[in-house]
Structure formats: structure tokens, C-alpha cells
Design a binder for this molecule. Structure first.
Ligand code: FMN
Length: 170
């Protein structure tokens, strides 16, 4: 495939309209955690996607301005915890909506670890424990590609989904 450098320049869609359009896409809500030399932290994320199943790989997008970014860079591992419908309060804590930061956020929920040492939420409907394969800077965010080194299946409960700027149960 030839690079975008060979194509004529086009104006970008404006950010506000882009965000409005994205609000119409329903997306599962996850808590992405990390722990290691740089310390423990976690954030609420919907920008999580499957990339490959052989080997099992997913991606997570994190705002470059987040205080969690330097920790993700240094710890080189993360864990994606997919929330059940009942876990809206945990989503709010890890989105910074309750004014609680960094390791203090883990007082919400019950946590253990699987392989990488990044916190795994015991009540999550699915947990993906990942080693960072590559971190790529794209605009305002870092895209972290993670090799999934362990998966844990939780209870088959309803999922928490964010759609039209509100939590929904699916
Ligand atoms: C439903 C929801 C989804 C979010 N998804 C993302 C995401 O995918 N990536 C991201 O960087 N921030 C996302 N955020 C914002 C972060 O959770 C929030 O900015 C982060 O916890 C701030 O971290 P900090 O205050 O510790 O820097 C989301 C917030 C909410 C409420």
C-alpha cells in the first residue's frame, strides 16, 4: 500500500463533529490498569479493540496528557477489565469523576493479579492481561498494542456500554 504522503491533501473533519459522531457508537466500558516499576494506576476506557487472534492481540488508546501515560510507558504491561452492567460506580471512579487519583482508585472493587502483575478486577465479565507489544503516537493519543498473555472469563452477566454519553446495560 502506498503511503498517505502520495495522496492530495484533504481538510480534516472537525474534532467536535467527529466526537458527536463517535457518541453514536455504543462501546463496552473497560478499566485499563497497569502496575510495575513506575507504580499502579488505571483509567476507564472505551477505546479498546481486538486486533488479531493469532497471536491474541488487542489495542487500547490513552490520551497522551493523562497522568497514567508515563506509567504505561515504563511498566510495559496492562490489563483490560471489561465491566458488568452493575459496575457503573467503578467506571466513574476510574474516569476521575469522583476526584480520586492513581492507586487510591483501587479502593473501588476487588482486585487480584494474573500474570503481568497489572490489577485484574475479580467481578469483571472478561479480563485480558497484556504485555505491551508496541506503543504508537497518533494525534492526541498513544495506541498501545498488547499481546494477551492470559484471559479470565467472569460471570455471564449484562455488560456496561457507553452510548449517547450515557451508561447502558446490554
Ligand atoms: C465512558 C468513558 C470512556 C473513556 N474512554 C477513554 C479512552 O478510551 N481513552 C482515554 O484516554 N480516556 C478515556 N476516558 C477518560 C479517562 O477515563 C479519564 O480521562 C482518565 O481517567 C483521566 O485520567 P487521569 O485524570 O488520571 O489523567 C473515558 C472516560 C469515560 C467516562
Amino acid at each position: 500500500m502506498s503511503g498517505v504522503d502520495n495522496l492530495p491533501a484533504l481538510d480534516q473533519a472537525d474534532a467536535q463533529t467527529f466526537r458527536e459522531a463517535m457518541s453514536r457508537l455504543g462501546a463496552a466500558v473497560h478499566i485499563v490498569t497497569t502496575d510495575g516499576k513506575a507504580g499502579k494506576a488505571g483509567f476507564t476506557a472505551t477505546a479498546v479493540a481486538s486486533v488479531s487472534d493469532t497471536p491474541s492481540t488487542l489495542l487500547v488508546c490513552l490520551n497522551r496528557k493523562s497522568q497514567i501515560t508515563p506509567l504505561m510507558q515504563e511498566n510495559c504491561s496492562f490489563c483490560v477489565n471489561t465491566l458488568a452492567a452493575s459496575e457503573e460506580p467503578i467506571a466513574d471512579v476510574f474516569a476521575g469523576r469522583t476526584g480520586v487519583f492513581m492507586a487510591e482508585r483501587f479502593k473501588a472493587g476487588e482486585w487480584d493479579t494474573i500474570k503481568t502483575g497489572s490489577p485484574a478486577l475479580k467481578s469483571a465479565i472478561a479480563v485480558f492481561d497484556c504485555r505491551v507489544l508496541e506503543a504508537k503516537e497518533v494525534g492526541s493519543h498513544y495506541v498501545y498494542f498488547g499481546t494477551v498473555v492470559a484471559v479470565r472469563l467472569g460471570p455471564a452477566a449484562k455488560a456496561l456500554v457507553y452510548h449517547d454519553r450515557a451508561y447502558k446495560h446490554v
